[in-house]
Design a binder for this molecule. Structure first.
Ligand SMILES: C[S@@+](CC[C@H](N)C(=O)[O-])C[C@H]1O[C@@H](n2cnc3c(N)ncnc32)[C@H](O)[C@@H]1O
Length: 238
């Protein structure tokens, strides 16, 4: 179990938080449906437009290199959304067999063509695959959407499918200011912990894969968030 930042080449966000978007319960309600509003609706409700732009290619390269993936290996992305990482993993490593699972029917229906045929609608805490079916299971920006018991179940599922060969990214905070900032910005997360608490949770689940976290830092220079999407906004300090 190693902390390794395979997300380091993901673009950093610029954004403005005049008013914490999670303070409006309607934003939270819509976001948690993981439907059109969350992906392609208003910024206050989620990504504000979740569109493919190739930003996952460097992360796909780092995942392939870190785990030594090769043609024929099988990878599962839990919380694959529209399949952007799936597509880029296949581009970076031709012959890789990439599968995706997500709870969002909307995202899967709007997935990249390269992901078609390998997408499953389901929940990360109950993965419909055999023990040891994959060479790697990744889950980025997804597992913190579970409450603790189901989050532990989801980590156990990852471990079951690819023992010791997982990669998880979740949100974290180090102090009260970061926690407040996080709570104001993030709409869907149900579990937010400090790094040491995450490590303890991973150990409790018996998760032996690798991991990193994103810490949302207040930055007075951030003054514009464009339409780049929640994932961008979720990549702050590391
Ligand atoms: C913040 S998005 C991250 C998407 C993608 N991994 C990325 O980083 O761009 C969270 C994703 O988790 C999915 N999700 C939420 N709850 C889930 C669950 N219980 N099982 C599987 N996917 C879930 C959402 O539909 C959404 O696609």
């Amino acid at each position: 179990m190693t902390e390794v930042d395979l997300m380091r080449r993901y673009p950093r966000a610029k954004r403005k938080l005049d008013k914490p978007r999670s303070s409006d319960p309607e934003n939270v309600r819509k976001a948690r449906e993981f439907g059109e509003a969350y992906f392609d609706g208003r910024r206050e409700e989620g990504y504000g437009g979740y569109r493919y732009d190739g930003r996952w290619i460097p992360i796909a390269e780092d995942i392939v290199n870190h785990f030594g993936l090769k043609a024929g290996d099988k990878v599962l992305d839990v919380g694959c959304a529209k399949g952007f990482l799936m597509k880029d993993l296949k581009t970076v490593c031709p012959g890789l067999q990439v599968y995706g699972l997500d709870i969002s029917d909307y995202a899967l229906r709007h997935a990249e063509p390269e992901a078609h045929g390998r997408l499953v609608l389901g929940s990360g805490d109950s993965l419909p695959y055999a023990d040891g079916a994959f060479d790697l299971v990744v889950s980025i920006n997804t597992l913190h959407n579970f409450e603790r018991p189901r989050l532990i179940a989801a980590l156990r599922e990852m471990e079951r499918l690819a023992p010791g060969r997982g990669y998880v990214q979740v949100d974290a905070y180090r102090n009260e200011a970061e926690r407040e900032h996080f709570l104001g910005w993030v709409l869907t997360a149900l579990t937010f912990l400090k790094p040491d608490e995450w490590r303890a949770l991973f150990a409790e689940a018996g998760y032996r894969g690798d991991y990193c976290w994103t810490i949302l830092e207040m930055d007075p220079e951030w003054n514009d968030f464009g339409d780049a999407g929640e994932a961008e906004a979720c990549v702050g300090a590391r």
